[in-house]
Each structure stands twice: as structure tokens, then as C-alpha cells.
Design a binder for this molecule. Sequence first.
Ligand code: NAD
Length: 424
Amino acid sequence: MSEKLSFVSPTANSPWGTYLSQVDRVVPYLGPLARWVETLKRPKRALIVDVPIEMDDGTIAHFEGYRVQHNMSRGPGKGGVRFHPDVTLEEVMALSAWMTIKTAAVNLPYGGAKGGIRVDPKKLSLQELEKITRRYTSEIGIIIGPHTDIPAPDVNTNGQIMAWMMDTYSMNVGGTATGVVTGKPLHLGGSLGRVKATGRGVFVTGREAARRLGMDLRGARIAVQGFGNVGSVAAELFAEAGAKIVAVQDHTGTIVNTNGLDLAQLIPVANKEGVVAFKSGGDIVPNEDFWNVACDILIPAALEGQITAERAQKTTAKLVLEGANGPTVPQADDILAERGVLVVPDVICNAGGVTVSYFEWVQDFSSFFWDEDEINVRLDRIMMNALNQIWDTADKHKITLRTATYAVACERILMARQERGLYP
Ligand code: NAD
């Protein structure tokens, strides 16, 4: 009977389908807790909202928005908001579920949630962007809050958008609720280190994985897909450690330089116009050629489903660091494992962002702010402890790091579920 429900029957090749098959793989390692696993296969709550705004030309435009709370067994929902023309409810369901796994994997006292609006923000004026953000926040205001569900930035959203979200929620409740979102600007209760935290986490986990593989970062060749908040910061940190960034792809195209791209010059150009505007710094090649570029480390840091079976066969990388959420489809995961390519999965690799979001939330509640060194030391410690525990689990059961991360995380989530019991 339940087969027809959208929560349990994913469309073909969808991120939600990828997530469900990742959960299926962990069941043999859950022991008696496996009786609760169905909880992880359905979101707790999903809200679809209409977001109407008056455009600058006087027309009224309607956009579809979502907020999904996947699981709150261990604490309030936590997860970003994505503005992208291809966002769907099913995609947001998957992203919210990955947040549940991620917050548990690094042992933060949160569940998982995610939101999105089906819009191309690059086509909006600043005023329209503010209106859409505020109306969306007001519509999802019935389910978010500092103790219930705390949004943050994701693709195409940033500190300014978080400031508008915080202000809108605050106006509606009649106070200043800094703890309702994270990733805010510094003078609005934001945290030092938050902007770079996800990229830093990719670097910290990647450096440890490289060490365990016996790979020297000095001179290591790295290809990065997605050159926004996550990809550009990770690239910078690896370059500082002596690696060469040999290929970068973003929504405008792909640039390759086998001697290493000059990031100090590339980043400002990419931020303004996209990587292909940096023609003088390398060769512009067809997008599919990105996957053939000779490299040691591949960092997908754009969108889901990018490492397909075919691309997994092609890559010369020995190490894949998943900066993006859900970049590898399950079939590609198997191919990479067979080919001996180590994958540090999204649910640990990109957990640096939510970890510093947690620090921001704690600082907002205590109204006491830490310096950046303290934040980075705590971030590195949490990421390393989590990674080491996952590595031990992988070694013990002879499973991939992804399945090991799910094993560690699902045990925490389902134990909490079992201890709380079912209401009523
Ligand atoms: P962003 O908006 O800052 O950057 C996204 C980048 O991806 C841009 O360079 C864009 O040009 C590129 N891109 C978009 N479509 C593309 C395509 N079809 N092909 C190639 N490149 C494309 O977003 P971000 O915050 O860096 O997020 C990137 C990924 O990291 C997403 O999967 C996101 O969910 C994940 N993530 C982000 C955070 C965070 O703190 N921002 C935390 C965890 C995970």
C-alpha cells in the first residue's frame, strides 16, 4: 500500500533514491536497532510553500519553496537553504536526510533539515532577492525557530540572506532571535571561521586521508568541481599545503592548467564572472573533459549526482573528497571502491560547516564569542575525532568509509529514537 507514497518511492536516479540505498547498505551493521530503520526512510515533516513577490517591473511572480525536517530524534532540525532553479521537494528530502546523518556522524546535538526555493537568484535584483527571502522565511516561520529548526546557507545563499531571514523571523516573533539561523554576518551574532568552515573541514579530513594513503600533498594534483564557498576555500587550503589545483569547473565551464592555476588571480575573477573568464590563466576545455584530467585528488563541490558510473571509471584520482552533498551515485561508489579509489563521504567530509554553525548557535545563546583560533582548534578536533572513529569502524567491518559513517551515525540516531520511545 505504501509503495505509491512519495516519501518511500523515489524517482529514478534521484538524490532521495541515492540516500535510501545508502541507508539499505547500513542495515546489516545495526543489530537490534535495525527494527527502527524505517524512521530514517521517511522525513518527519515536509512543508511546501507558495512564495509570491512583486517584481521590479510590477508583475507578480510565484515561486515554490520547501522546508523538510527529516529527523529530530537527537535535537532541533539543522540544515541549509538552497536557491536554485532545479530544486525539488525530493531533492530537499535527500539533503535534509544527509543532514541527519551528518550531525550524528560528528555528534552534534541536532537532527536534520533542509530548505529551498525553486528560483534562479542570478536573475533577481537585490530588492527581489530580499523580498523572496523574507516571504519564504515568513511562510516557513511556522516550523523554524532557535529550538526547533535552524536554517543556514547552502548553494546560492549567503550571510546577507541569513541576515534577512533572522530579521524577518525576529520581526514576526517580536524580539531579536539571533539563534534562528547560522552563517550570519559577524555583527549579527555570526561566528568567526564560519565562512571558511566547510572548506576547512574538507581540507582537514582530506589531509588525514592523504596521510593514511601515503600521499604527499606537496605537488599533489587536485581537480575541483564547484568553485563557490566550499570548493574555492578547500582549493586555497590545499594550495597553501603545496598542492597544485590543475582543473576547476563551475556553472560557466572548465579551466585546466597542468602546472597549477594561480588561485590568487582566479578566485576574484570566478567570484564575479565565473572561472571561464580567467582565460589567460589556463585552457578552457569542454565540461566532460574535466573528468579525464590527470589528478591525484578529486573534489566535487557543486551539486548532487555528478560522479556517475561512467565518470567513476574515467577518473585518475586516488582520493575523492566529497565537498558537495550527494555527488556520487551508488553505482559509481561501487566502481570507485573496486578501483581502489578512497572516498571520504559528504556526511563527514563537508561536516565542518554545520560544526561551526553549532558553535555559532552556542555562542548566540551564551552571548559570548570565541576567537578564531579557538574555533578552528575545536573544529579540527571534532572532525579528526569523528573521522578516526569512522575509520576504525570501516577497518573493523571491512566496509567503505561511507557505510562506516552511516553505521556510526545511524546507531546514535536510532538509539535516541529507541530511548525516547514512540509517542503516544
Ligand atoms: P555556492 O553557491 O557557494 O557554490 C556553488 C558552486 O557550484 C559555484 O561555483 C557554481 O558555479 C557551481 N556549480 C553550480 N552548478 C554547477 C554545474 N552544473 N556544474 C559545475 N559547477 C556548478 O555553494 P556552496 O555553499 O559552495 O555549496 C556547494 C556544495 O557544498 C553543495 O552541494 C552544498 O550542499 C554543499 N555544502 C555546502 C556547505 C556550506 O557551508 N556552504 C556545507 C556543506 C555542504
